[in-house]
Design a protein around this ligand. Structure first.
Ligand code: APR
Length: 232
């Protein structure tokens, strides 16, 4: 059985990382047009670097929670059946031992917007940093901003069309193309489940819902998928 899982900010919320659209989410504190668009970066790169430096520091100080651990256990147990796609730019899935397809990039990779080279991001990035490849002062966080193409979409599309089960965990379903993944999975005949604190605006697209904090619901969901066996 092919399982495709999509995670959003809600899976890292209990690790202390802010979500975007909850009551005290990031987009209630920052104007996304200023810190998460190419236009905002062109206007004020220092502000954008400050925003991502703070998020990189928070993410580096966070610890994977039981939801990350359970998903890593599922992948370890069924490595050929599970595809984990994340909208998150933290590295908590990786630090829990899972490999995730980062469709919105990563806080921990830097990119040159002149020559497209990528390298491990330093803790603090500034507009004066120069690209290690072309030496031009053209570095940016390797994250996908609004108006930019998400990464790995061909692979994601193929996995969704081959899915028998699709689970969306901790995402509000407000941002496309991720919010449309459930429709692609349904087209493929997959069973679909939404795992969230609440039913979202796209909740009607899912066959079933598991409501509650991810650190409680995801381990139970994984146990049930593995037939209740705790195999490490
Ligand atoms: N357990 C489960 N779900 C949770 C928890 C939790 N502990 N805490 C919050 N949630 C749910 C919320 O109910 C909400 O549906 O997580 C979701 C978070 O939604 P958003 O803040 O919109 O985050 P996300 O869906 O990941 O945003 C998608 O938008 O701003 C862009 O690039 C950014 O990747 C992000 C994308």
């Amino acid at each position: 059985m092919k399982i495709v899982i999509l995670t959003g900010a809600g899976v890292s919320a209990e690790s202390g990382l802010g979500t975007f659209r909850d009551k005290d989410g990031l987009w209630t504190k920052y104007d996304l047009n200023e810190v998460a668009t190419p236009e905002g970066f062109a206007r004020n790169p220092a502000l954008v670097h400050q925003f991502y430096n703070a998020r990189r520091s928070n993410a580096a100080g966070a610890v994977p929670n039981a939801a990350h651990d359970a998903l890593a256990r599922l992948i370890r147990t069924r490595p050929d059946d599970v595809t984990l796609i994340t909208q998150n730019v933290d590295d908590l899935h990786e630090r829990a031992g899972a490999t995730a397809i980062h469709m919105h990039g990563s806080l921990f990779t830097a990119r040159c917007h002149a020559c497209a080279a990528t390298w491990p991001a330093p803790q603090v990035m500034t507009p004066n940093d120069s690209c290690p490849e072309c030496a031009r002062p053209a570095t940016r966080p390797d994250v996908v901003w609004f108006g930019e193409m998400p990464q790995h979409m061909e692979l994601i599309h193929d996995r969704l069309l081959d899915a028998d089960l699709f689970a969306a965990i901790g995402t509000s379903g407000q941002v496309y193309p991720a919010a449309g993944f459930v429709d692609l999975a349904r087209e493929a005949g997959a069973e679909t489940v939404e795992i969230n604190l609440e039913t979202t605006d796209i909740g009607g697209q899912f066959d079933s819902h598991i409501v509650g904090p991810a650190s409680e619901t995801v381990p139970v969901w994984v146990d049930n998928m593995l037939g209740g066996s705790r195999t490490g």
